[in-house]
Design a protein around this ligand. Structure first.
Ligand SMILES: [Zn+2]
Ligand SMILES: [Zn+2]
Length: 362
């Protein structure tokens, strides 16, 4: 007589049944034998794994107080629709996105006051110098690109960022194997041990940045990271003097998906690094629950130079705090990709609690 409780084989996924007469479990597909208790607890672990929970509280940005926007101008570009703000002493004569000289002045409306700003640390001279060094010796560049006059058009823009803070309760389940080989005079043997490895713990993220401007390419902006948040300060319109600030057009809520993705990838990477000593490790299940998840609104400094050449758009961008830059040049495509690597959220992983539990080894 067979017991009706059915389990899935942790090794091959096949259905195995407990035979109450034999008091034994054996997978009919891969021949692996199991202890009842081990299989039961494996089954329970899978059951209470739970699903992901990404819930953010929206607290980013503040309302402008009466009179605060008096010294701030708002501009929009007739040609590309780009919107920027400046302080009253800085005239926006051309669009930083498309280079079009016509920009219209309008009313600042529907935009939140930033919580933080990282002030420019590298001034225009430094940005121009870096650009010139970058172009040095590249003789095949079109004149219009490398001319002094054109390089002088480099613009300092505060790019809007949503900064996500969250604690994560994570549970991860891996299938791992260890392979042993040996032989005697007649046969070669190969034995594969399967392990169900569980990791659970907490990981905290601080200021995971997602750029809030659709005019700024996400990948380009992420390759300018990291920005050092410890140099950020509360926003004050005085920091705008001489610079432009991009108006966000992607809200914090719309940016949550990108934040979730960055948090998930960084969490999996951090936990997976602790699963050591196996010949193979595959992730089988994850459950991430966000706690105290909030967003803030910040402006980050970026030097940017857009060039249109032969109908193509070329972008040079430099981190206005650290000097790191990315850029593409008209006859040197390879160089563009060389700098186009991504620094993933490793920089954002601040604390990794040492609460890993090796739960069950079969
Ligand atoms: Zn099996
Ligand atoms: Zn424009």
């Amino acid at each position: 007589m067979a017991d009706l409780q059915e389990y899935k084989c942790p090794c091959c996924g096949g259905a195995i049944e407990f035979n109450s007469t034999l008091q034994k479990l054996k997978c009919p597909f891969c021949d692996t034998e199991f202890e009842m208790d081990a299989l039961k607890s494996f089954d329970e672990d899978i059951k209470d794994e739970g699903s992901d929970d990404y819930t953010w509280q929206s607290q980013a940005g503040e309302e402008w107080q009466e009179g605060e926007t008096n010294g701030i101008n708002s501009y929009s570009c007739k040609s590309c629709g780009g919107e920027i703000i400046t302080d009253a002493t800085t005239a926006a004569t051309s669009c930083p996105y498309c280079g079009n000289p016509v920009v219209l002045k309008g009313q600042l409306s529907g935009v939140l006051k930033p919580d933080f700003v990282i002030p420019f640390k590298l001034n225009k001279e430094a940005a121009v110098e870096k650009m010139k060094n970058h172009l040095k010796g590249k003789k095949l560049l079109p004149k219009s690109f490398s001319s002094e006059q054109h390089i002088e058009e480099i613009k300092g823009i505060y790019v809007p960022y949503w900064l996500f803070d969250t604690d994560v309760d994570a549970k991860l389940r891996y299938k791992a194997t260890k392979v042993t080989r040996w032989d005697d005079s007649k046969f070669n043997y190969k034995r594969t041990d399967y392990f169900s490895v569980l990791r659970s713990g907490k990981i905290a993220f601080e200021k995971v940045p997602v750029d809030g401007s659709s005019k700024m390419d996400d990948t380009l902006m992420e390759s300018l990271e990291p920005f050092k948040f410890k140099e950020a300060t509360s926003f004050n319109a005085a920091y705008l003097a001489g610079y432009m600030a991009d108006k966000y057009d992607v809200t914090d809520v719309q940016s949550q998906e990108r934040a979730n993705e960055r948090v998930k990838v960084a969490t999996i990477n951090a936990f997976t690094r602790t699963v050591e000593g196996y010949d193979s490790v595959d992730i089988e299940g994850t459950s991430l629950k966000l706690k105290n998840a909030t967003a803030k609104y910040a402006l980050y400094p970026v030097w940017i130079l857009n060039t249109n050449w032969n109908g193509q758009k070329f972008v040079f961008a430099m981190n206005g705090q650290t000097g790191k830059f990315v850029g593409n040049l008209p006859c040197d495509k390879g160089l563009f990709w060389k700098y186009f690597f991504r620094t993933f959220a490793i920089d954002s992983v601040l604390a990794l609690a040492a609460q890993f539990v090796l739960h069950l080894v079969m």
